[in-house]
Design a protein around this ligand. Structure first.
Ligand code: HEM
Length: 288
């Protein structure tokens, strides 16, 4: 009887065995004897763990939107923002290493690079930065590449959000049918009709703070925007850190380094949610 109860099965479970702490602590293998290489490895590993959690939460966001539960989706997005906040705040930790120290072990990691992070690319693909060239650049095994490719055509959280809005009664948000059947291997491009649908949403919640009916959907839109914003802030902070570490030198992954990274700063996942703001400001102010 007792043996069938899972509580009895777990009597030997400990903190270390449940969390696999010994295995975790055995995953850092510096290639040099430089003392800062351990920090470099641990920081990247921690990022990868958080990328895993973000991917998990973003797929939860999509599932809640499919189930027409926008408040739940908003709650998970809020969690994702907290993780993104950590990812941004971690960068100064790397900057406690002087560039002269990094230079002493940098050659030993060539040609490995953050460029090849499979999970980072999955997240970009999932959210709309659908660049198939990246599949060729990731130097992991074929299985990893094939799995990444499945993320290229997944609908983005914004696609799931639009489908959710389109299910609202009386076509209150005029989402064009083509937006619901679009080719999801492509990034989102600015779409005036969708911006009009978002304008309806933003105006409805703003009816002197009495517009509660669509407040949850409004929160999701704002939180998707915040996700996008935080992603850009991470990119910006990463590129400044890279300049600080290696100046204008090439990256270990073979790119032009900070110059390439700076070129990614203008990317946004959800251009319509940025653009709707242009429709919401005061329109009758005299020119300055
Ligand atoms: C000393 C610290 C670091 C330096 C000097 C550095 C440098 C670079 C450079 C030069 C690139 C461009 C690709 C290349 O040619 O290699 C790059 C890309 C990248 N790095 Fe870092 N990096 C550092 C730390 C980190 C950390 C801690 C992460 C966390 C995961 C990270 C994630 C990435 C990612 C995801 C990319 C691809 C970005 C994109 O293609 O948009 N890097 N890094």
């Amino acid at each position: 009887m007792a043996a069938e109860n899972p509580i009895y099965h777990s009597t030997h479970l400990t903190y270390g065995s449940y969390l696999k702490v010994p295995e975790l602590l055995d995953l850092q293998h510096p290639r040099t004897t430089h003392r800062d290489e351990l920090l470099f490895i641990i920081m990247h590993q921690v990022y990868e763990l958080w990328f895993k959690q973000i991917l998990h939460e973003v797929s939860g966001v999509c599932a809640f939107l499919d189930a027409d539960q926008p408040m739940r989706a908003a709650q998970l997005l809020e969690r994702v923002h907290k993780i993104q906040h950590l990812l941004i705040e971690q960068i100064p930790m790397m900057e406690t290493m002087f560039s002269t120290e990094f230079a002493k072990f940098r050659d030993s990691l060539r040609p490995a690079s953050g460029f090849q992070s499979v999970q980072f690319r999955k997240l970009e693909f999932l959210c709309g930065n659908k660049n198939p060239k990246m599949l060729q650049l990731v130097g992991e095994d074929d299985a990893a590449r094939a799995e990444m490719a499945t993320f290229l055509d997944k609908p983005t959280p914004y696609d799931h959000f639009l489908r959710h809005l389109a299910r609202e009664d009386n076509n209150v948000f005029p989402i064009p049918a083509r937006a619901l059947t679009r080719d999801t291997t492509q990034p989102h491009e600015r779409d005036e009709e969708l911006i009009s649908a978002l304008e309806v949403l933003y105006r409805k919640q703003d009816e002197n703070y009495t517009g509660e009916r669509y407040y949850a959907q409004f929160r999701v839109a704002e939180q998707l925007l915040e996700f996008d914003e935080k992603f850009s802030i991470w990119r910006f902070h990463h590129v400044k850190m890279v300049e600080r570490m290696i100046g204008s030198g090439m990256g270990t992954g073979g790119s032009s380094g900070a110059k390439y990274l700076a070129s990614t700063l203008s990317r946004s996942f959800f251009p319509d949610i940025w653009a709707v703001r242009d429709r919401l400001g005061p329109t009758n102010l005299p020119a300055a």
